[in-house]
Design a protein around this ligand. Structure first.
Ligand SMILES: NC(=O)c1ccc[n+]([C@@H]2O[C@H](COP(=O)([O-])OP(=O)(O)OC[C@H]3O[C@@H](n4cnc5c(N)ncnc54)[C@H](OP(=O)(O)O)[C@@H]3O)[C@@H](O)[C@H]2O)c1
Length: 347
């Protein structure tokens, strides 16, 4: 009988908790440890924190090093922050144990252009310890980069790529609704954005860089415009947040990859409570032209959990180093017993 794939959770917030719930139902894989620094989680049983109404006999620890030594996971699911500088020490701790990582850190999804030095250091340390690192998720990680790259495959020539994602944030998790400013006044939104108290969507720069790299396009620059608030025209609400007409319901963010002085790659991201038409669209002006539209848009939280868990076997099976989605085999769902997809050491 083959042993289960062993997973440690690093970050047990909303996404980490949903990953845990999903993995508990899945065959061929087991959670062997959980780490988080939130004061109200440390020492608590994982089952109580993720709300599964049963004790799992696993206390959440704030000491990643000792959980890694004790549990010897095959892979860590890392969901603590969007920003590379914050997560680098955490990722280094993991790979020093020779353990693979899949992270939702947006800036890790394609750091080779935005943070080349940190990317190189992570790649070197991962190779030294024979571990693989991947940053992924629904976006960045799939909808505005990997899927776009795949759709370019049948093109002989490409002039321009336009990608749009529009979603009703009412159905998304609360930390997401907060980071897009839902429920703030316009002044609060601008202040919080300026002071980096809320981030908006992180990842347009990385998605553009990944697409350009796949096409070997040298961009003159990547321009990401400041986020604009989307103002509610009438009162709207999610389960957790009420937005009065005139307040901020969410935001619009655009990023462009400039090539030959033109916007060769355009990404437009809109997320606000009350959006009527939700979709993901990719338009490629080229030979042949391609128009793709997913309607309604793919649910970001469900999609992220799936992207992360489906990446587990591909990351375990991959060569060592800091990889990106474009370096791995075609993404696909691992819907069966996880052991069917994984080659574990010693087997
Ligand atoms: N790529 C994508 O498509 C995608 C999709 C979804 C989410 N994400 C990103 O994934 C991250 C997690 O999202 P979320 O909604 O789950 O956020 P969340 O609910 O805030 O969860 C993050 C958890 O990590 C903990 N944490 C922070 N720093 C830590 C550290 N140094 N060591 C251990 N634990 C630490 C936090 O504790 P405190 O609360 O005490 O800080 C919190 O419990 C966010 O950055 C989000 O933007 C990316």
């Amino acid at each position: 009988m083959r042993r289960n794939v062993r997973v440690m959770l690093y970050g047990v917030g909303v996404i980490g908790g949903l990953v845990a719930k999903f993995l508990l139902e899945k065959k061929g894989i087991e959670i062997v440890g959980a780490v988080d620094v939130a004061r109200d989680k440390v020492g608590m049983d994982l089952g109580d924190i993720i709300g599964v109404n049963k004790h799992l006999g696993m206390a959440i620890s704030d000491d990643a090093d000792s959980v890694l030594s004790r549990t010897k996971p095959d892979i860590v699911i890392h969901t603590t922050s969007s920003f590379l500088e914050k997560v680098v020490p955490q990722i280094e701790t993991i790979v020093k144990h020779g353990v693979n990582v899949v992270s939702t850190c947006e800036e890790l999804s394609y750091p080779y252009l935005s943070s080349p030095k940190l990317a190189r250091e992570l790649d070197e340390i991962a190779k030294k310890h024979d571990a693989t690192i991947l940053g992924t998720g629904i976006n960045p990680g799939f909808l505005m980069d990997t899927l776009v790259i795949a759709l370019t495959a049948p093109c002989e020539r490409i002039e321009q790529i336009k990608v749009a994602r529009v979603m009703n944030a009412a159905t998304r998790r609360v930390p997401f609704q907060k980071k897009i400013g839902a429920g703030l006044t316009v002044t609060e939104f601008k202040d919080k954005m300026r002071n980096k108290i809320i981030s908006g969507h992180v990842g347009l720069e990385q998605s553009i860089a990944m697409i350009a790299n796949a096409l070997a396009w040298e961009l003159e620059k990547i321009q990401v415009d400041p986020a604009e608030p989307v103002i509610a025209e009438k009162d709207v609400r999610s389960e957790a947040i009420s937005v009065i007409a005139g307040q901020v319901a969410g935001l619009r963010q655009c990023g462009f990859g400039i090539r030959n002085k033109k916007r060769a790659i355009s990404l437009e991201f809109e997320a606000y409570i009350g959006a009527k038409e939700e979709y993901d669209s990719i338009t490629i002006e080229g030979v042949p032209p391609i128009r793709e539209k997913i309607s309604p848009c793919i649910h970001g939280d469900i999609g992220t959990i799936a992207m992360i868990c489906n990446a587990i076997p591909k990351v375990i099976n991959a060569e060592a180093g800091l990889l990106t989605m474009k370096d791995l085999p075609i993404p696909s769902a691992a819907v069966e017993d996880m052991r069917k997809y994984v080659k574990l050491e010693g087997e």
